[in-house]
Write a protein that binds this ligand. Structure first.
Ligand SMILES: NC(=O)c1ccc[n+]([C@@H]2O[C@H](COP(=O)([O-])OP(=O)(O)OC[C@H]3O[C@@H](n4cnc5c(N)ncnc54)[C@H](O)[C@@H]3O)[C@@H](O)[C@H]2O)c1
Length: 256
C-alpha cells in the first residue's frame, strides 16, 4: 500500500477517470477528497468507496474558480490534516467547429480545463510543499494531434502540458513534482457521449477501435496506475514530463 496515511485530492472524481483514480488511490491506502461540480456524482463515488471500506469526503466546487479551488483544498486539509497529492482531472469538452463555437463555450472549456489546473495547483502548493508532495495533471493526446471540432479542448490540453513543465520548474525547489498523464481513448461517459453524437454510434466505436494497436480502449484503471506511480516516491526523479497512456494510438501512422 503506497498511500497509507496520505491525502489526495481528485478533481472531477464524480465520474469516469477521476472516479477510477479515487478508487485506486483509496485501495492503496489514501484518504481521498472527491471534488466534483455535480454533488450527486461526487456522493455516488463516495458511496462506491464506502462500500469497499474506504474513507473519503466530498468537496462540491467549480474548480474553474479561485474560490472553488481554495474551498476544495481547505476541505482536504480539514478532513485529512495534510495534502500529498493533487490530481487535476476535471474537464469539459464541447465538440463544435470554430465557426459555430460560441465565445462563452470557448471560455467554459478553457476555464475548467486550463485555469482549473492553475488555480487548484496554486491553492494546493503551500500544503504540498509541507509534504514534498506531487501534482498530476490529466491532459490528453489531443494536446499533440487532434480532429475537427476539438479546437477549444485541444488548446486547453496543450496548455496544461506547457503549464505542467513551467510549474514543475517553479515548484521543484520545494520538492513538489508536477507531471502530466495524457490518456488516449478511455471508456468513460465523456467518450460514450462522443460516440452517441455520431450518426452510427456502434459503427463509430468499431471504426475507432482500429486506431488502437492493443485492440481495446483504455479503462480508468489504466490511467490510475500511472497516476499512482507518478505520485509516489518511486517516481522521485520524474518531474515536468508528459506520459502518454494510449494503447499505441499515437504511435500508429494509419490503420491497416
Ligand atoms: N475519456 C477519455 O477518453 C479521455 C481521453 C483523454 C483525456 N481525458 C481526460 O481525462 C479527464 C477525465 O475524463 P472523463 O472521461 O473521466 O470525463 P467525465 O466527463 O466522465 O468526467 C469529468 C468529471 O469532471 C466534472 N467536472 C466538470 N466540470 C467541473 C468543474 N468546473 N468543477 C469540478 N468538476 C467538474 C464532471 O462533473 C465530471 O464528473 C479529463 O481531464 C479528460 O479531458 C479523457
Amino acid at each position: 500500500m503506497r498511500y497509507t496515511d496520505k491525502v489526495a485530492i481528485i478533481t472531477g472524481a464524480g465520474s469516469g477517470i477521476g472516479r477510477g483514480i479515487a478508487e485506486f488511490l483509496a485501495e492503496e491506502g489514501a484518504f481521498v477528497l472527491l471534488n466534483d461540480v455535480r454533488a450527486e456524482a461526487a456522493e455516488s463515488s463516495k458511496k462506491i468507496l464506502a462500500e469497499k471500506g474506504h474513507r473519503s469526503e466530498t468537496a462540491i466546487a467549480d474548480i474553474g474558480t479561485w474560490e472553488g479551488a481554495q474551498f476544495m483544498v481547505s476541505e482536504a486539509v480539514r478532513h485529512g490534516g495534510r495534502l500529498d497529492l493533487l490530481v487535476n482531472c476535471a474537464a469539459r469538452q464541447i465538440i463544435k467547429p470554430v465557426e459555430d463555437l460560441e465565445i462563452e463555450e470557448w471560455d467554459t472549456v478553457l476555464n475548467v480545463n486550463l485555469k482549473g489546473a492553475f488555480v487548484c495547483s496554486k491553492a494546493a502548493f503551500p500544503f504540498l510543499a509541507q509534504q514534498r508532495g506531487a501534482i498530476v495533471n490529466i491532459c490528453s493526446v489531443h494536446a499533440q494531434a487532434t480532429v475537427s471540432g476539438f479546437a477549444s479542448y485541444a488548446a486547453s490540453k496543450a496548455g496544461i502540458v506547457a503549464f505542467t513543465r513551467a510549474v514543475a520548474i517553479e515548484f521543484a525547489s520545494k520538492g513538489v513534482r508536477v507531471n502530466a498523464v495524457s490518456p488516449g481513448t478511455i471508456d468513460t461517459p465523456l467518450v460514450q457521449a462522443y460516440f452517441e453524437s455520431c450518426p452510427d454510434p456502434v459503427r463509430a466505436r468499431s471504426e475507432f477501435l482500429k486506431f488502437h494497436p492493443l485492440g481495446r480502449f483504455g479503462s480508468p484503471r489504466d490511467i490510475a496506475e500511472m497516476v499512482a506511480f507518478l505520485g509516489c516516491p518511486q517516481a522521485g526523479f520524474i518531474t515536468g514530463t508528459e506520459i502518454v497512456v494510449d494503447g499505441g494510438m499515437t504511435a500508429l501512422l494509419f490503420a491497416q
